[in-house]
Ligand binder design. Structure first.
Ligand code: FAD
Length: 322
């Protein structure tokens, strides 16, 4: 059996979990094994129908209400106990911060190795795999030789695909024994920070602003451009460090990974740590005063110019200028 960790919002599976499920199904087909999922919280009941489309035959539901909010150690302890009960061949988690964190805790608890951010996995007694390192700037070939095998699917590298034939899904309750100490790290409350509701990871258009923007008030013109393209605004770490934008807006190695149709990079030099976050963009338009800036070589389209002139002109052309 291949076991996949599924994160959900109110019973709807999240996109990275569907990506991971798609990889997990590939493994189950190659290994001629069944496909199961584990999900947490009282709202996980609705997942059965939805996951059947992805070929999941069994959903192990940990419905402890203390798991309604994120608690990494308690989730990991639940998975560790589920491994003992079900003996899967492999466990696949989404390549999200949470997926990586929970599976790393599982590995530590069970003394198992873990391969993070996998791109391609060849199933056998030993798994031969390639995986992203250094935020995706290197690809490592590795062998995973353990029982079970723990791995995460690199974010945005697998398109969620339903199974050719939907499975009849059985939802089973799993009740691990969880001490209160397993909840010492947990999410207490959640504050929504993106007023437009379009998250950076899902936006089809992202307008990024770097140090060249010059100050927090000058992001208004970037917001206008993003709004007229139904997109959202992001930032470089330099802009975040200056306090011009919140950390949630940061794109890069230590920020969000984006994969929009269009990324408009304004006043951003194109440091490798930034490019790691935006290399999934289909098209990059760079606006920079310096024709030698690294981003100008990496962009599909480049405008050499002052963003304070170019962006308002774009806004005018789109009919949204002041
Ligand atoms: P700069 O490099 O200062 O570039 C500003 C650009 O704006 C220049 O190219 C300049 O020509 C241009 N410019 C100036 N004025 C204008 C104007 N009026 N109009 C148009 N263009 C103009 N960075 C990230 O972004 N994300 C990360 O996740 C990240 N993680 C990191 C992790 C580590 C471990 C380290 C060491 C660094 C990390 N960095 C990250 C920092 C990264 O190395 C760069 O320092 C940062 O990306 C630079 O930001 P910037 O391009 O906005 O600023």
């Amino acid at each position: 059996m291949i076991l996949s960790l599924v994160e959900h919002a109110g019973g709807s599976p999240e996109e990275p979990s569907l990506e991971a499920l798609t990889l997990a199904r590939e493994l189950s087909t190659a290994a001629d094994a069944t496909l199961a999922a584990v999900a947490f919280g009282t709202e996980s009941a609705a997942l059965g129908d939805k996951l059947g489309d992805y070929g999941v035959e069994t959903v192990h539901r940990v419905a402890d209400e203390r798991l309604d909010t994120y608690a990494p150690e308690a989730r990991a302890e639940s998975v560790a106990q589920l491994l003992n009960a079900t003996d899967p061949e492999a466990v696949v988690a989404p390549g999200t911060d949470r997926g990586q964190e929970v599976l790393a805790h599982v590995g530590a608890r069970c003394d198992l190795p873990m391969a993070a951010n996998c791109l391609d996995v060849e199933v056998g007694e030993v798994y031969e795999l390639s995986r992203q390192r250094w935020g995706g700037s290197l690809v490592e070939h590795a062998r995973l030789d353990s029982d079970p095998k723990l791995l995460t699917a690199a974010a945005h590298e697998f398109s969620p695909e339903t199974a050719t034939a939907a499975a009849e899904t059985a939802v089973k309750s799993f009740e691990p024994s969880l001490e209160e100490s397993a909840f010492r790290v947990r999410v207490d409350r959640v504050e929504e920070s993106n007023e437009t509701g379009v998250s950076l990871g899902e936006a089809r258009v992202v307008v990024g602003g770097g140090r060249g923007v010059g100050g927090p008030e000058d992001y208004d013109k970037l917001e206008t451009l993003a709004d007229s393209l139904s997109g959202t605004v992001g930032a470089s770490r330099a802009a975040v460090n200056e306090g011009w934008r919140p950390h949630d807006d940061q794109i890069g190695q230590t920020g969000a990974k984006i994969s929009p149709d269009l990324y408009v990079a304004c006043g951003i030099s194109g440091a490798v740590q930034h490019m790691v976050g935006c290399k999934g963009a289909d098209n990059i338009l760079a606006i920079n005063t310096d024709p030698e800036a690294a981003i100008m070589q990496k962009a599909d389209y480049a405008v050499v110019g002052d963003l304070h002139e170019v962006v308002p002109e774009l806004n005018d052309a789109l009919g949204d200028g002041d």
